[in-house]
Design a binder for this molecule. Sequence first.
Ligand SMILES: [Zn+2]
Length: 383
Amino acid sequence: MIPLDLHRYDAIKQKYFDKVYGSLQDIPDYSTYHVSHDNLFIRELVYTLYKCDLINCLVDKNNDIFKLRSKQAKDVNGFSDDMLKAAVRALVLADVPVLRKTTETFDSGTAYDELCKYHRLKNKSEAKKTPLEKASELQLKDKYGFLIYFAAKSYEKMRRQKIDPGNGVLTELPKCIVNALGIRTCPYCNRGYIGVSKGRLLGVQLDHFYNRNKYPFLAVSLYNLVPCCGVCNLIKRDIVKDIISPYEDDADFENAVHFSYEIPKSAAAGPNGGKRQLDIVVDPDADQKQRYENNIEIFRLKDAYAFQELEAERFYEKMLAYPESRLQEIAKHFNDNSDESVTAADLEESLFREYFTEPSDYTQKPMAKFYRDLYYNIKGWKR
Ligand SMILES: [Zn+2]
């Protein structure tokens, strides 16, 4: 629910790409998969992307390098080093709209069905496979095995790579990512602290926003890696719904999604007898309303935040105890006895300091949006 600033990667993007490009070429057991010579591994990757019709989604069609693509892609040897590099760069540094388009193309073609079939056959015991299934498995392995191999090897290798983020210190990739983003809380749920503490990773897992079993070719795409908490990573694992990535520039969680602590209209005569209830609501007029709702559902945010019902109640009672009129009364007393003037707003800020948050705090403080929304909701203000 918390947007991540993708421009924060600007300083490490090129270094990240160089590492991926370099590490792809020296995966040690590459030669067991294909005869090793310069760039063949990457040629095979690019060719596989071409087979799955994904290159068109990944690259800028005006790029001269890829004007050659349609003529030469069928011939793996037709790729020049520059073409390969541009293709891998497109794959590794693609933004979320491009990644999304790529996955949609993959889903809509036969490639994905075939990949699922291959996974099913691979997991079936040898004794139970019919001769036809055995033949089919071999054929599919030839066609897609490379992608799975790429996903498994390249990502595991990248995780262990170290990058100098610009301070002269070689740092492991997951730590580099967290440091570059400067986050201290999970972008999916904003419920607890995660991050780098005393130089060590704490509670961070790297989620593949687009699942790497389903989309092996996106295993090392930078904007497919979302540092998040273990709970979110676990419950999201097999999602099929279309959800919004924290890297999506045009997503607007701040205005589209709100925490509320109100008396539900329908519940006035219900079992709760008009009691306020904590809820998470999506603006009915929000663009892409369904996708925001999917995020809330997939990360089980309503269940997760139900734990905060008591917090909401305490917050509400505290705000009730200090209405504007009372704060002004107290401020008057202060001003009688002191040279420094104290306003009602100063007092309110001191009383509610821990709850006063700005959108810029969301990546730094757990439950920052929860408190900010509740503050405005209880006050009955429109932002
Ligand atoms: Zn989380």
